[in-house]
Design a protein around this ligand. Structure first.
Ligand SMILES: *[C@@H]1O[C@H](CO)[C@@H](O)[C@H](O)[C@H]1NC(C)=O
Ligand SMILES: *[C@@H]1O[C@H](CO)[C@@H](O)[C@H](O)[C@H]1NC(C)=O
Ligand SMILES: *[C@@H]1O[C@H](CO)[C@@H](O)[C@H](O)[C@H]1NC(C)=O
Ligand SMILES: [Zn+2]
Length: 419
């Protein structure tokens, strides 16, 4: 080797060493530079639930500029380069067969009111185009996701109405079975399966969501349902807030064979930051969360990853990711681990945008398909808070009871006469 060549290679080596050996501050700066262009789209935030719990949805009594008891407020959002958020319209399973639909509508309403109250911060969004528009305006695209099939009370009409009101994903179950889908707790053994994963009506719902252009969210479902939906959905699916099962064996997480199918169907797994799902213990660090990103990338590529922090829905968050201001620190860690700018941008926003565009394309391709108006069988939804109007049997029951009443009256009249 000539001295000149040696000098050149030393120089090259020195340059690459120094390019790699950025300080922590420099990684953070690079993360923030990337995020100024491509801010993060997060799959799941429970601020609306905090608004109900703490203020009974009286938004007039809240100032999101100064609210400090939540993981989310406007200054933290700005510092965190949050560019789009699926706000969760969540109501607990105990509302099932009671007032789940009303409460869900109220959660949808509070997201709309939040967008109206802070128009300089939030940009109400229902499409991939709206998200891109919000990015240009430097506002937070605000989308609505309904968390849990109990919220639609086994009704495709209710599902559609929530879609018309802006809901763009439905998490098929929360932590209870519905009359048409089993929930993740059946995988822990603490609840019994009742529907074999999805019932026939549950499968109708998947077809209808494809037709509507609504994202199907598989967070909170058992593995059987993940496979059933991945097999039958015409559009890619999302996991709005789930992490990797191989890293922490919690049944809320996504196993490797499912990650492979998410890759084949070009869907997305948006990583949950909840300590219990990150390390299967009460404590965790930002670096533990990055391990989930690395694993999902190894199994399915950087093209299937996103962020689904679950802020304001959980009680324990990793050191370094305490609130929504901290996303850039996680991005800095990914860069430090050798993720390229393109991989980081994919995880931040481009993957979710790709999935949403595909869901919209599938909707457009089904434009001539009629809405599904076949109701769930009445026997599947008998409960004290549900009437049976519309079902053919209810007519029969009605005329039968009328007949019985007439017979009783006739008998009484007869007895009176003969007495
Ligand atoms: C949350 O975010 C702010 C930045 O807005 C930060 O200064 C603060 O320390 C964080 N709070 C907690 C509890 O970590
Ligand atoms: C999904 O499809 C695969 C391949 O066709 C099949 O082996 C598997 O049993 C199906 N799983 C479910 C849950 O439908
Ligand atoms: C799925 O994996 C293949 C091969 O590992 C990769 O080329 C492809 O980009 C991945 N798909 C997505 C959506 O990331
Ligand atoms: Zn959840």
């Amino acid at each position: 080797m000539s001295p000149r060549l040696i000098f050149a290679s030393c120089l090259a080596l020195w340059t690459s060493c120094c390019a790699l050996a950025l300080t922590d501050d420099q990684y953070l700066t690079r993360a923030k530079t990337l995020m100024a262009e491509t801010p993060v789209i997060d799959g799941h935030n429970d601020l609306p639930w905090q608004l109900r719990k703490n203020f009974n949805n009286q938004l007039n009594k809240v100032d999101l500029n100064t609210l400090d008891t939540t993981h989310t407020n406007i200054p933290k959002i700005k510092e965190g380069h949050l560019g789009a958020q699926f706000w969760s319209a969540y109501v607990p399973c105990e509302t099932q067969y009671k007032d789940a639909v009303r409460q869900t509508l109220e959660q949808i309403d509070v997201v709309h009111r939040m967008c109206w109250k802070y128009p300089e911060t939030f940009h109400y969004a229902t499409s991939s185009q709206d998200i891109e528009e919000a990015f240009r305006l430097k506002k937070v695209a605000s989308l609505i996701g309904v968390e849990g099939g109990h919220s639609i009370d086994s009704s495709l009409g209710t599902l559609r109405t929530m879609y018309y009101l802006g809901a763009r994903y439905l998490t098929l179950t929360h932590s209870c079975n519905t009359p048409w889908a089993d929930n993740w707790l059946v995988d822990t053994g603490s609840e019994l399966p009742e529907n074999g994963g999805l019932s026939a009506f549950g499968k109708q719902l998947i077809v209808e969501m494809n037709r509507l252009g609504m994202l199907i969210d598989l967070a909170h479902v058992p593995v059987e349902v993940m496979h059933q939906v991945l097999n039958m959905s015409k559009a890619p699916v999302i996991f709005s807030h789930s992490s990797a099962y191989a890293i922490c064996k919690h049944k809320r997480n996504v196993p490797d064979d499912v990650l492979a199918k998410v890759n084949q169907t070009e869907g997305i797994v948006m990583v949950n930051f909840y300590n219990d799902y990150v390390t299967c213990s009460k404590t965790a660090t930002l670096s533990d969360v990055a391990d989930h990103f690395d694993h999902i990338k190894k199994m399915g590529g950087a093209g299937i990853i996103g962020f689904g922090g679950d802020y304001d829905g959980v009680t324990r968050l990793p050191e370094g990711l305490e609130n929504v201001s901290k996303y850039p620190h996680l991005v800095a860690e990914l860069l430090r681990r050798g993720w390229t700018d393109e991989e980081v941008e994919a995880a931040l926003a481009k993957n979710l945008l790709r999935v949403m565009k595909k869901v919209e394309e599938v909707r457009d391709s089904l434009a001539s398909t009629l809405p599904d108006d076949l109701p769930i069988p009445y026997d599947d939804v008998k409960n004290p808070c549900r009437t049976s109007y519309g079902y053919p049997d209810s007519g029969a029951v009605h005329s039968l009871s009328t007949l019985t009443l007439l017979l009783a009256l006739a008998l009484q009249a007869f007895m009176t006469i003969t007495a």
